[in-house]
Ligand binder design. Structure first.
Ligand code: AVI
Length: 328
């Protein structure tokens, strides 16, 4: 086992291949329909492409959530109160996190991220913006329960999970994560979580299939990574990006589709795609009031408040980890 970027433990074989990546890709290409977990979209190039996506005219979630954080600061302060320790699941966005911290004046800020380098850089820039605010970065996989720093043990907590990243998980993974967050933060904690909303199919598809082709590039970067790191020969130019609305599951799906039969190999194993077949690379679930409430409740959180942007595209939900009570 080797250590990459601080605590980010990556299992590599003797030739330096990330064994979890290889296992996921080989298993995903062997099943029908073919699917590869979206987490592998985010190598350095993929993370940069995602940053570019957030600036696209069609990609509304970042702007809509930022608008809520900008306009509703006083309401957040009223409901959340001052003096909490803000625990952010992820390294923090240079734009959204300062808006929240300015609004609620917390007693400490704890960003959790698996990528140590990114975590330290964003924690340092935040500490510079908020002199006097104690910042305790923690390198950890927030999908599991995390031990929080001693220094914030006595403080009430607010979890912050913006961006509707929860939507990239299937329901059972999302529920596991919410339960782990509850365990990490403890009873009485609050959670402020971004959830993108179900809307017109054309608007959703355009947000995930932009005119400039940045999302297509983001999607095919997964194949570039497979070819480079796993000795693959998948013909990237034969796979076209497709964003599909799956109404049954209320989600946008990203696929890479071939119009002709393809044969290729990855790590010495051969695979075939039939004409019209795809590799499914990402889900982005969308919510309405009932489904977002239900997801939070299933994860052990009671919804307390909900804010939408001025065009009703995106929601920020506030929920509380209440003690388990007898129910009828
Ligand atoms: C990170 N996540 C919330 C993005 C989303 O909207 O589901 C990822 C993304 N994929 C394509 N565009 C954006």
């Amino acid at each position: 086992m080797s250590t990459e970027k601080g605590l980010k433990l990556v299992d590599r074989d003797e030739s330096g291949v990330d064994t979890a990546f290889r296992a996921d890709v080989l298993a995903g290409l062997s099943q029908s329909p073919k699917a590869i977990p979206a987490r592998w979209l985010y190598d350095d190039a993929g993370s940069q492409l995602f940053e570019d996506i957030t600036q696209l005219p069609e990609y509304y979630p970042t702007r809509a959530e930022t608008e809520i954080l900008t306009d509703r600061g006083e309401e957040f302060a009223g409901m959340i109160g001052r003096g909490r320790a803000v625990v952010e699941f992820g390294s923090g966005s240079s734009l959204k996190t300062p808006l929240l911290l300015s609004a609620i004046k917390p007693a400490a800020y704890v960003p959790l991220d698996i990528s140590g380098d990114f975590l330290r850089a964003s924690a340092a820039s935040l500490a510079e913006k908020f002199p006097g605010l104690p910042v305790y970065p923690v390198e950890a996989d927030f999908m599991r329960t995390v031990e929080l720093p001693e220094e914030i043990a006595g403080l009430p907590k607010l979890g912050f999970f913006p961006g509707s990243t929860i939507g990239n998980m299937v329901a059972r993974t999302a529920v596991d994560l919410l339960r782990n967050m509850r365990e990490t933060l403890g009873e009485g904690a609050l959670l402020l979580i971004g959830m993108d909303l179900i809307k017109d199919e054309d608007v959703l598809v355009a947000a995930y299939d932009d005119a400039a082709g940045v999302t297509a590039e983001f999607n095919s970067n997964m194949i570039r990574r497979i070819n480079r790191e796993l000795d693959g020969d998948i013909p990237i130019e034969k796979l076209r990006h497709e964003a599909r609305w799956n109404d049954e599951h209320a989600r946008i799906e990203m696929h890479l589709v071939t119009d002709e039969p393809l044969g290729f190999s990855v790590s010495g194993q051969s695979f075939e795609l039939e004409a019209g077949e795809s590799i499914h690379t990402e889900n982005s679930h969308k919510f309405d009031r009932r489904t977002s409430n239900m997801l939070l409740l299933a994860g052990g959180w009671d919804p307390v408040a909900r804010w939408l942007d001025s065009k009703d595209r995106f929601s920020l939900m506030l929920a509380e980890a209440r003690p388990n009570r007898c129910a009828p």
